[in-house]
Design a protein around this ligand. Structure first.
Ligand code: SAM
Ligand code: SF4
Length: 342
């Protein structure tokens, strides 16, 4: 005789798939694989005294794989690996392969500083990684070293070229624009798109914990960056952007690539948000700029079944806040980007 499975009761009006109370569907999971990093970017981590979590608080490989399987069953189709710096996570190639083996995970991307990418790009591609976004704030080696507090631009560039070579594209480059640091470097970065079919994206700095001072003086709005670019290249053409893509996309007329603007401070894109985050220590983070998190690690370690974890995820997503008010003071006390998984 067939066993009758107990029915899961969901909040009124919720259909299968990860839905929030505002009708948004979350099919995109960003996973922080580690809170550690081999750089110390000045807008991301304080110069010294960064507190990292004890290793036993970080999800193990098995725990991560199990959770990704549950998210996939619940309707997540796209994953982004991030951190901290995801490429310093041991066994990354195996993790990529395991995540991609779940039916339903159709796309897997990674955000990386690319320092270690040159030798690993092919392995990641072969294991199932589809594409990378690389953070690069300037093409000037000395300024790069200063902004990352020691990073080597030549190695990062080799990583980008390797990613392009093995087909981890379309390549997107992320640059956080910081006044008095790399504001003038946006021109050289944008110039890359003239000949390469890449997307160079300019991000507004966010006031995360530990980097509040840089934010106070450093915010350059996307409107200001666009105006700087148009002074150099003439009027840019605006292109249609995908609904859930936070980037507003432009092109220098005739260019091979495009320019994206990500404007969480001046033009929040909460209405079309389709993403939630899994922190390295196993919390479901509902919004980058809200403290609300659902602890998945502890119930898992205490023996919760997959169905119970799925319920925690569904109920958590249902309560996802509508959006953030970037100017609210509390944001400055929110844990740093490297801990949440930017
Ligand atoms: N280490 C990887 C990297 O840098 O690409 C992945 C993690 S990093 C936290 C993810 C993204 O967050 C990067 O593109 C970085 O530039 C961005 N980021 C970090 N701190 C930020 C801040 N305060 N405001 C805006 N973006 C930030
Ligand atoms: Fe590391 Fe990325 Fe943060 Fe830079 S932005 S310190 S590379 S986690």
């Amino acid at each position: 005789m067939a066993t009758i499975q107990p029915l899961t009761i969901y909040p009124l009006g919720v259909t299968p798939g990860l839905q929030d109370q505002f009708g948004r569907t979350m099919d995109y999971l960003r996973i922080s694989l580690t809170d550690r990093c081999n750089f110390r970017c000045l807008y991301c981590m304080p110069a010294s005294g960064m507190q990292f979590q004890p290793r036993d608080e970080i999800l193990t490989d098995d725990e991560l794989i199990r959770l990704v399987g549950i998210f996939a069953e619940q309707g997540v189709t796209k994953i982004r690996l991030t951190g901290g710096e995801p490429t310093i996570r041991p066994h990354l190639t195996d993790l990529i392969r395991a995540f991609k083996s779940f039916p339903g995970i159709r796309e897997m991307a990674m955000t990386t500083n690319a320092l270690l990418l040159a030798n690993k790009a092919q392995d990641y591609k072969d294991a199932g990684l589809d594409r990378v976004n690389v953070s690069i704030d300037t093409l000037d080696p000395a300024r790069f070293r200063f902004m990352t507090r020691g990073g080597r631009l030549d190695l990062v560039w080799q990583g980008i070229e390797a990613a392009d070579h093995v087909g981890l594209g379309p390549i997107k480059l992320n640059s956080v624009v910081v006044r008095d640091h790399n504001q003038n470097d946006v021109l050289e970065l944008a110039r890359l798109t003239l000949t390469r079919p890449w997307q160079v994206r300019f991000l507004e700095i966010m006031p995360m914990e530990g980097v509040g001072m840089i934010y106070e003086d450093g915010l350059v709005t996307s409107a200001e960056t666009l105006s700087d670019l148009e002074s150099e290249f003439g009027p840019l053409e605006q292109l249609p952007s995908h609904d859930s893509d936070p980037a507003r996309v432009w092109r220098i007329p005739g260019a091979a690539g495009t320019i994206g603007f990500i404007s969480p401070m001046s033009e929040p894109f909460c209405e079309t948000c389709n993403r939630v985050r899994l922190t390295a220590d196993g919390n479901l983070r509902l919004c980058l700029l809200h403290g609300d998190e659902v602890n998945l690690r502890d119930p898992m370690r205490q023996g919760a079944s997959n169905a119970e974890l799925a319920d925690l995820i569904r109920q958590g997503v249902w309560t996802k806040p509508w959006g953030h008010a970037a100017w609210e003071e509390h944001i400055r006390t929110i844990r740093g980007m490297s801990q949440i998984g930017g």
